[in-house]
Design a protein around this ligand. Structure first.
Ligand SMILES: *Cc1c(COP(=O)(O)O)cnc(C)c1O
Length: 373
C-alpha cells in the first residue's frame, strides 16, 4: 500500500530527550519553554514580524477572524476550492461566506472577480494559497485598500514560500499556517498566525487563552488555542529535519515530472519564476478529452494497485449541504471551480517515496493515456 503522504517524524531517541526535560520541569503546557522557543524559531525561519503558534490550524483561523473585529453579519469573500475549515471559520464567527470563482491557472481565488462580489456588507477577503500557488497578493492588496477590506490568507499549503523574495506570511492582515501531520512541517497537530501589525499581538494572545488577562480579569471571548510542550518539541525537532525532507521531495518532484511530462492531457505543477514551491503536494490536472481517461478512472486504477491518491478538492465547499443554498454557490457563478474539481488529483508525495513506486504510479497513468509512449 502506498499512502498519499507520510508525516515527517523525528527519531524517538531525540523526542525522548525532550520528554525527559518536560517531565522534569513539570511544565507540560500553557506557554512553556519549548512553546516559546518554537515560536521564536519559526518567526525567524519564516521571516515574518509577528508569529503566534496554536494547537491546530483551525483554531488559529477562527482566532484570526475574531481578532479583526469584523462587523457582525458582514460578508467575507472566499473560495469554494478549499478545505472545509476555510468557509467554516467564517460561519463560526457569525459572518457570511460569499464564494468567488477561481483562477484557471493557479486555482486560487480569481482576483479579477472579487470586486463584482463586493457589497455594502463586505468586510473581508479570506483567500487560500492552493497547493502552494500564491493568490494574486498584489491585486488583492489593491482591492482591499480601495474598498477598506481586511485580508486573511489560509496559507496551510504554503509553508515557507517566498514571492519576489518576500515571505508569503507577510502579505495581508493575517495568514494562517497549519502544522497538521499531513502538512510539510508538522507538530502532529498545530498551526500559527503571522501578521505585520504589532498591535494584533496582545489581542491574539488573549483570544488564544480564553480571554484571560490576569488572575482577576477576563477581557475577551477567547478560546483554548494553546500548543502544548509535546507538540512544540516535535516542532523544534522537525524544523531541523525540514531541509533534508525538502531536498528529498525535490527529487520525487523531478522524477514525477520526467515520467509524466510527455503525456498530453496531464498538466503538471509549474510555478512562476518569482515564486518558490512549498513541496507539500504533487497535484496533476487531467484533461479527460486529451488524455483519453478521466481523473476518476486514474484514481480508481491507482487504488486497485494499492496506491492512494486524493481528489483534493472535490467536492467544492459550495457543494456541501450547509453552503449549497447560498446564492454565491450556484454553479453558473463558479464555472472554473466546477470544472477543476473534476480534474485535480494529488499523487503520493513525501521524501521517502521510493523511485520505483513513483515510476509504477506514472506507468499506471501512462497506460491510461490515449497516446502513451
Ligand atoms: C489543513 C488545512 C486546514 C486546517 O488545518 P488544521 O491544522 O488541520 O486544523 C485549513 N485549511 C487548509 C487549506 C488546509 O489544508
Amino acid at each position: 500500500m502506498i499512502k498519499v503522504t507520510k508525516p515527517l517524524l523525528p527519531s524517538l531517541e531525540h523526542f525522548n530527550l525532550h520528554l525527559s526535560e518536560i517531565w522534569e520541569s513539570e511544565m507540560v503546557t500553557n506557554h512553556g519553554k519549548k512553546h516559546n522557543l518554537l515560536e521564536s524559531e519559526l518567526k525567524n525561519f519564516l521571516g515574518v514580524h509577528n508569529l503566534s503558534i496554536f494547537n491546530n490550524g483551525a483554531i488559529a483561523l477562527l482566532v484570526a477572524i475574531k481578532a479583526l473585529d469584523l462587523p457582525r453579519d458582514s460578508e467575507v469573500i472566499t473560495t469554494p476550492f478549499t478545505f472545509p475549515e476555510t468557509p467554516h471559520s467564517i460561519s463560526w464567527n457569525g459572518l457570511n461566506p460569499v464564494f468567488c470563482d477561481i483562477d484557471e491557472k493557479t486555482m486560487c481565488i480569481d482576483a479579477d472577480k472579487i470586486e463584482s462580489l463586493i457589497t455594502s456588507k463586505t468586510s473581508a477577503i479570506l483567500a487560500v494559497h492552493v497547493y502552494g500557488y500564491s493568490c494574486d497578493v498584489y491585486k488583492i492588496e489593491k482591492i482591499a485598500k480601495k474598498h477598506n477590506l481586511k485580508v486573511i490568507y489560509d496559507a496551510a499549503h504554503a509553508f515557507n514560500i517566498k514571492i519576489d523574495g518576500r515571505a508569503i506570511g507577510s502579505f495581508g492582515d493575517i495568514s494562517m499556517f497549519s502544522f497538521h501531520a499531513t502538512k510539510l512541517f508538522n507538530t502532529i497537530e498545530g498551526g500559527c498566525l503571522t501578521y505585520n501589525n504589532e498591535s494584533l499581538r496582545d489581542k491574539i494572545y488573549l483570544l488564544r487563552n480564553f480571554g484571560i488577562k490576569n488572575e482577576e480579569e477576563v477581557v475577551d471571548i477567547g478560546i483554548n488555542g494553546k500548543m502544548n510542550e509535546l507538540q512544540a518539541s516535535v516542532g523544534l525537532l522537525n524544523l531541523k529535519l525540514l531541509g533534508s525532507e525538502v531536498e528529498k521531495r525535490m527529487l520525487v518532484f523531478d522524477t514525477y515530472l520526467k515520467n509524466l511530462e510527455h503525456l498530453e492531457g496531464i498538466t503538471l505543477m509549474n510555478f512562476p519564476q518569482n515564486h518558490t514551491n512549498s513541496f507539500q503536494y504533487f497535484v496533476i490536472r487531467v484533461d479527460e478529452e486529451k488524455l483519453g481517461s478521466s481523473r476518476d478512472v486514474i484514481y480508481l486504477k491507482l487504488k486497485e494497485s494499492g496506491i492512494l491518491s486524493r481528489k483534493y478538492f472535490y467536492p467544492l465547499c459550495s457543494d456541501y449541504d450547509t453552503y449549497k443554498s447560498l446564492p454565491s454557490s450556484k454553479k453558473e457563478h463558479l464555472p472554473q471551480a466546477n470544472k477543476i474539481k473534476n480534474e485535480v488529483l494529488c499523487l503520493p508525495f513525501y521524501g521517502d517515496l521510493a523511485t520505483n513506486d513513483i515510476i509504477k504510479i506514472c506507468n499506471i497513468i501512462s497506460c491510461l493515456a490515449r497516446t502513451s509512449n
